[in-house]
Every structure is written in structure tokens, then in C-alpha cells.
Ligand binder design. Structure first.
Ligand code: PLP
Length: 424
């Protein structure tokens, strides 16, 4: 390990030595020792259009010579304004106000603060949030509190505010019990909402990410929307991972024909070039803060809020997403075809696909969990085979940049097949 760096999500004592990356191009990482690795996880899910995409690089270069950074309170700039317009145009009708920040956790923090203060500002305070078991919303205290309690947040448990949890109705290919599971989740949700103290319901729509790539049906989100409206509470979509094409449409809300009251976006927003995030809300929420009373202000902001370079990168990434829109449906089909080969594999269960994301559970003697040891084994073997895979415990997933070719994707699956066979 490097003597001066503390790496994230890494137990330095037991982790294998970190791999030094020299450069990257498209789906390929080049290591300092000359090895090539195919990045099948989009570098922690952010790199949507491949590494070093010349169009995004050029946009950043141009913007850097014009305006690299400026205070965003009392000031504005063209890249932020254009990006806000682009986002509102692509999001479902009704999501109108864009609040900028710089990472996914923060986008969710802002959503929580908006929702909580919305009720305070309207003199109808609400004291809690409803979230889903297995959810992951980030690593700050607020986002840990709304995440499912896990090994990530366990040590901080007593400092986290109370949240009510309901089950996430996870489904998979050839599942016949999905509708039943959804009804159970909705029934629990109904009883939780009956208390009338819920400021908002927070969900990762269609795909729960770090919690294990659990997928739900669009039908569930539609019923959730209806329930939130009936209970007069806010529906918050954490689309930090699912945004910008990941689920096969611009956003999971578009794919599921649902409109949340607040949406959080970050990972793919700049194509993986720069940290940036937005929290977009309905005009009605903004209006609850619009007042002569200074106490009704949303007192929240960050040093690099709406960084112009990030906004310029995001504008270029959005153009690329629009140009490559047909790639999403194609990738979904390829995932399905490739996964079919594992349907009878003795070490595999719960095959699932949503858009550009494919996942499966590796069957081991241990439970499905982030600490399941098979994850480390797969990680090491895939790197030896030239592919970057990083299972969440025994949950193995593929989430490549959109520019991956059919042959490259086949290569990823060939390595997966080899590794799964070696486990038998
Ligand atoms: C990654 C992620 C976050 C946190 O984003 P960071 O940029 O890592 O802080 C929040 N929600 C979801 C759904 C995520 O996948």
C-alpha cells in the first residue's frame, strides 16, 4: 500500500496491493505494469461513455480557458443554466428546480433537507422518513441513516436518526411471485404511513445498487407513487446510480412512467470525468421556501457547487447519451442472451437484468452478504483474466460503459463463466 494514502472501502491489512492505473481509453484501463483491464463496472458506476472520451475532454478543456470556477451564491453562469435547462427538459414534467452539489451522498442529503424543511416551512412538521431494507444512499450521516442498516453503517448506529423500513420487493428473471411480494411491501408501507409523520419516502427506483443490485418492477414504483400521493407525503427517487441511461432510458422514472417529487442524480452525470450532482424538485417544493422570512431559506451549499467544468462535462455527456440512445436496449438484450447460459448453473441464482445492468447471486455455503468471501475470490480471478469485476459479496454484476462492443461484452461473460465453473 502507498505509505501516505488511506484508500476507501479498503481494509489495508488484508487487501491485495492496489493496482496502479497509468491511463485509460474507452473500456480499457492500462496499468503501470503494462497490463490491460476491461472495465466492466464503469469505474464504480460513473464512467458511462468510456474513459477519456474526446468530446467530454474537449468540453472541459474549452470551459477551463473560459471560467473554471466561481461562487454560485449571488452569481450564475452559462454552463449551469444550460445544464439545468437540459435536465428539466429530459426529466418527467413537473421536476423543475435544479439544486447543484458535487457527489451522490450530498445530492441525497439535500433531498432529505428539502423534504424535511418543506413540511416545516408549511407549518406541518413531519418527524421521519420511510426507506427500504437493503437501500444504499451514501456514506454521510444523513444518508447512512436512510440506508438499510449494514456493515457499512453498523459502527455508527446510535448516532443515526430513526427511519422506518419496508421490504424492497426484489425480483429476477422467471420470478412468479413478484406481484405478491409487491403487495406485501405495499401493505407494510400503508401501515407505516398511517402514522402521518412521514416527510418522504426514499427509494432507489428499479435497481438498488450497493445493497446488492436488487431489482424491482416498474409496476411497483407506479403503485408506490399512488400510495405516496394518497398519504400526502413526498416521493424521493435516488437515481444517483440509475440516472443517465443505466436502466435503459434517460432515468428509471422515465422507464417506469413515474414522477417523483424529488430526484437525486450524480454518478453518470459528467460521464465519469468530474464530481457533480443535482437534486431536482417539483416547483411546489421550491415555492414552500420562497418567502420574506429568512428562516424559510434552504441554507445549504458547497464550495464547488455547480462547478463550471463539471457542468460543461455534463452537457457533453448528455449529448453523447442522446446520440447513443439505442445502445441501451441493445445492451439489455445482450445481457439477457448471455445470462441465459447460466440459467441452469449450479452455482448461480436470481439472474436479473435492467437496462445496462446485469446481476446474479453466486450460491455459496455462506449467506448472501457483502462480506461473503467469494466476492474477493472472483475479484482476484477476474483481474488475473484481464477484466475488472468487483462483486458485492456474492452478488456478481456487470455494468459496463455504454461504448463496450458486443465482442468485449462476450469476453466479460466468458471470464465470468470460467470463474463460475472454477468454483463448482
Ligand atoms: C453511489 C451512490 C450514492 C452515493 O454517491 P457518492 O457519490 O458515492 O457519494 C448514493 N445513492 C446511490 C443509489 C448510489 O449508488
Amino acid at each position: 500500500m502507498h505509505p501516505h494514502i488511506w484508500y476507501p472501502y479498503t481494509q489495508a491489512k488484508t487487501a491485495p496491493p492496489e493496482l496502479k492505473v497509468k491511463s485509460a481509453q474507452g473500456v480499457w484501463l492500462e496499468l503501470a505494469d503494462g497490463r490491460q483491464l476491461l472495465d466492466a463496472i464503469s469505474s464504480w458506476w460513473v464512467n458511462t461513455h468510456g474513459h477519456a472520451h474526446p468530446k467530454i475532454a474537449e468540453a472541459i478543456y474549452q470551459q477551463a480557458q473560459q471560467l473554471e470556477q466561481v461562487i454560485f451564491s449571488g452569481f450564475s453562469h452559462a454552463p449551469a443554466e444550460q445544464l439545468a435547462e437540459q435536465l428539466v427538459q429530459r426529466l418527467p414534467t413537473g421536476l423543475d428546480r435544479v439544486f447543484f452539489s458535487d457527489n451522490g451522498s450530498t445530492a441525497v442529503e439535500v433531498a432529505l433537507k428539502m423534504a424535511y424543511q418543506y413540511w416545516v416551512n408549511r407549518d406541518r412538521p413531519r418527524s421521519t422518513f420511510v426507506a427500504f431494507e437493503g437501500a444504499y444512499h451514501g456514506d454521510t450521516f444523513g444518508t447512512m441513516a436512510v440506508g438499510g442498516r449494514s456493515v457499512f453503517s453498523q459502527v455508527f448506529h446510535e448516532l443515526l436518526f430513526n427511519v422506518r423500513y419496508v421490504p424492497f420487493p426484489a425480483t429476477h428473471l422467471a420470478d412468479t411471485a413478484a406481484a405478491e411480494r409487491e403487495q406485501q411491501a405495499l401493505a407494510q408501507l400503508r401501515s407505516v404511513l398511517a402514522a402521518g409523520d412521514c416527510a418522504g419516502i426514499l427509494i432507489e427506483p428499479l435497481v438498488q445498487g450497493a445493497g446488492g443490485m436488487q431489482m424491482c418492477r416498474p409496476e411497483f414504483l407506479q403503485q408506490l407513487r399512488q400510495l405516496a400521493t394518497e398519504a400526502d407525503t413526498l416521493l424521493i427517487f435516488d437515481e444517483v446510480m440509475t440516472g443517465f441511461g443505466r436502466t435503459g432510458d434517460w432515468f428509471a422514472c422515465a422507464r417506469s412512467h413515474t414522477t417523483p417529487d424529488i430526484i437525486c442524480l450524480s454518478k453518470g452525470i459528467t460521464g465519469g470525468f468530474l464530481p457533480l450532482a443535482v437534486t431536482v424538485c417539483a416547483e411546489q417544493i421550491y415555492q414552500a421556501f420562497y418567502s420574506d422570512n429568512p428562516l424559510k431559506t434552504l441554507y445549504h451549499g458547497h464550495s464547488y457547487t455547480a462547478n463550471p467544468l463539471g457542468c460543461a462535462a455534463a452537457l457533453a455527456a448528455i449529448e453523447l447519451t442522446a446520440e447513443n440512445f439505442s445502445a441501451f436496449a441493445q445492451m439489455e438484450q445482450l445481457h439477457q442472451q448471455q445470462l441465459a447460459a447460466f440459467s441452469a448453473h449450479p452455482r448461480v441464482e436470481n439472474l436479473r437484468v435492467t437496462g445496462t445492468i446485469a446481476a446474479l447471486d453466486v450460491v455459496t455455503a455462506e449467506d448472501t452478504s457483502y462480506l461473503n468471501q467469494v466476492g474477493m475470490v472472483i475479484r482476484q480471478r477476474s483481474i488475473e483474466a484481464g477484466v475488472l469485476l468487483r462483486p458485492l459479496g456474492n452478488v456478481l454484476y456487470v455494468m459496463p460503459p455504454y461504448c463496450i462492443t458486443e465482442a468485449e461484452l462476450a469476453q466479460v461473460y466468458a471470464v465470468i463463466a470460467e470463474i463460475l465453473d472454477s468454483l463448482v
